[in-house]
Design a protein around this ligand. Structure first.
Ligand code: PMP
Length: 426
């Protein structure tokens, strides 16, 4: 698999080592670890810093945003994002600065207070399990670790999780109380859930009466093509299937406006939102409405968000193109690597020969190229095949992405040649 046709195994390894030493000699300092927006992307939202002038403090309904209150968040902002997150506006809360915190809170509330439909608090169960489509988002797995939730990996298919596997597991095991879903431009595979996947998730019989989909629509509007993918509205699908309380929908403006100082959203059924609202009222007197007002002024309607996302796309597209070009140039046709070319989102998923991913990441690190640790996209940080690497090209410049990807390709060739030399074909 790892030798170019007609090449002596030893020659391949020697050439790969020479190329790697040349790479190291370049003394690179490049970082493709996390899906952070680039400074140029953040510049797109600089108007947020000045959009509110002294005296401009009132929401459309007259609320003084500088004062306490308004647990559900500003109506005008919820109206814009209700459309984008496919949640009825009355069932959507505009929360704090990060959707990850909201996911944490919903889990903490479910642990400490009986969820609608549950027999007892999750903290009082012997064991709680969550299905984790893999490869997935490492911070979802950190949340499971934090709350002592057992993670059950399920394979992805290119159009969402393998539903035959999911249906069988949730029907049989009442300990399975939840499932992580990134329905659009998934982190890191880039895939979007098909209509059939959404319908089956909404309708599948579950042994746990309090089973919930944790629907993290982090990349709802993060398209990289002219024809955006569409996902069925999950709350409507659940309601239609007679499971109105099945899904919690999360989202944020972290990669729309500013990362870490945007606005997060939570949507669910009226019953779930009443539960959440009651528990959240003990936690805060209200969200940061000044930030919400800034966002409402900056994004007066869904079309404004769409136009803004096109500006992001213009910055992201050349970076993704640089990844494909470099990988194709260096690895195309060699049969040692595959990679995704997502229609949206922030990541490219690189597949290297089984057993090589950790070595590629190690070699890259020694050559000054920081990659997400191999296995990070799997529960416990362990990829059973040690073959998947998440590439995050958004932050570095186009030139840096190109240099980093050429370097990664050199590392892939060396790791594959080392492996082939260690176990030559007989
Ligand atoms: N969910 C997914 C799938 C993500 O990729 C990210 C960002 N990397 C987040 C959530 C984090 O969102 P927030 O900043 O709103 O916490």
């Amino acid at each position: 698999m790892s030798q170019a046709a007609g090449q002596e195994p030893g020659a391949g390894l020697a050439a790969a080592r020479t190329a790697y030493e040349e790479l190291r000699a370049q003394d690179l300092r490049l970082d493709l670890t996390r899906g952070k927006p680039s400074p140029e992307q953040l510049d797109l939202s600089d108007a947020l810093l000045t959009i509110l002038q002294p005296g401009d403090v009132r929401a459309a309904d007259g609320t003084d945003c500088r004062n306490y209150g308004g647990l559900q968040g500003l109506t005008e902002l919820r109206t814009v994002f209700a459309e984008l997150f496919q949640v009825p506006v009355d069932q959507l809360f505009a929360c704090g600065n990060a959707s990850l915190s909201v996911m944490h809170d919903v889990l903490a509330h479910a642990m400490l207070s009986v969820l609608p439909g549950a027999k007892r608090r999750w903290a009082d169960e012997d064991e709680i399990r969550f299905l984790c489509p893999v490869p997935g988002y490492d911070r979802h797995f950190s949340l499971c670790d934090r709350f002592g939730i057992t993670m059950v990996p399920v394979p992805l298919t290119g159009h969402g999780p393998d539903m035959d596997v999911v249906e069988e597991l949730v029907a049989a095991d009442p300990r399975i109380k939840g499932m992580w879903c990134v329905p659009k431009y998934s982190n890191p595979t880039g895939e979007t859930y098909s209509d059939e996947t959404v319908r089956r998730l909404a309708a599948m019989p579950t042994a746990a009466p309090d089973f919930r989909l944790f629907w993290d629509n982090a990349y709802a509007v993060h398209h990289l093509t002219d024809e955006p993918d569409a996902v069925l509205p999950v709350l409507a699908a659940c309601a239609e299937a007679g499971e109105p309380d099945r899904a919690f929908v999360f989202g944020s403006t972290s990669k729309i406006s500013t990362a870490g100082s945007g606005v997060a959203f939570l949507g669910s059924s009226p019953t779930n939102m009443a539960w959440y609202s009651r528990l959240t009222a003990a936690q805060t007197i209200g969200p940061d409405k000044v930030n919400q007002l800034r966002h409402a002024r900056f994004f007066p309607d869904a079309a404004a968000v769409g136009a803004h996302m096109e500006r992001h796309r213009a910055l992201l597209e050349p970076r993704f193109a640089a990844v494909y070009e470099a990988l194709e140039e260096e690895l195309g046709g060699l049969g040692i690597a595959n990679w995704t070319s997502p229609r949206g989102g922030y990541f490219v998923s690189l597949e290297v020969p089984e057993g090589c991913a950790s070595e590629v990441v190690r070699l890259a690190k020694d050559a000054g190229i920081a990659l997400t640790p191999a296995g990070a996209a799997f529960p416990g940080g362990r990829d059973p095949r040690d073959s998947q690497i998440r590439l995050a090209p958004s932050f570095p410049s186009v030139g840096e992405v190109r240099a980093a990807m050429r370097g990664v390709a050199v590392c892939v060739k060396l790791a594959a040649a080392e492996q082939a030399a260690a176990s030559p074909a007989v």
